[in-house]
Ligand binder design. Structure first.
Ligand code: NI
Length: 167
């Protein structure tokens, strides 16, 4: 296994749209393992392949405190959504930045697992928010891009200042 480099916003590669996985091969399983290791080590609760510059529809998530409930979602699709949520979100590609996004409160997701088996699961609360956040990455969208233009330009200014400080 290997730690992967996480792209940092506003890296243009974060806007790449991922391709569906055609078959869950050993190569995909190795990607899943590396992504899980990278997410746990960061530490974060979710990671999309887009964030490690691999443009395939693969997501790993673990919101458990014990860090022992890994969800692997290959080719995830949301087939039902209801309710509302506007939890505070953060992102490994935008460190130190948090903010609210309007999301569905409950979702039903169809995906394929690490063993190439299709499955369906219902998620609510933080898990539902996390799945929606990671699925956005797969279509090239970062959570801060939901914000108003004014809030986004304030963020850009702040990131510029931060970058100057780490010289
Ligand atoms: Ni993210």
């Amino acid at each position: 296994m290997a730690l992967l480099k996480i792209l940092q916003y506003p890296d243009e590669r974060l806007h790449t749209v991922a391709h569906p996985v055609v078959a869950v091969t050993d190569e995909i399983r190795a990607l899943v393992d590396d992504m899980a290791e990278t997410m746990y080590s960061a530490p974060g609760i979710g990671l999309a392949a887009t964030q490690v510059d691999v443009h395939k529809r693969v997501i790993v998530i673990d919101i458990s405190d014990a860090r022992n409930q890994l969800h692997v979602l290959i080719n995830p699709e949301i087939v039902a959504r209801s309710g509302d949520s506007d939890d505070e979100e953060g992102c490994l590609s935008v460190p130190g930045v948090f903010g609210k996004v309007q999301r569905a409160g409950k979702i039903t997701v169809e995906a394929t697992d690490r063993d190439d088996k299709p499955f369906v699961f219902d998620a609510d609360g933080l898990l539902a928010v996390c799945v929606q956040h990671e699925m956005d990455h797969l279509v090239g969208k970062v959570f801060v891009e939901y914000w108003s233009r004014m809030k986004q330009s304030r963020l850009q200014a702040r990131l510029k200042k931060l970058r100057r400080k780490v010289l």
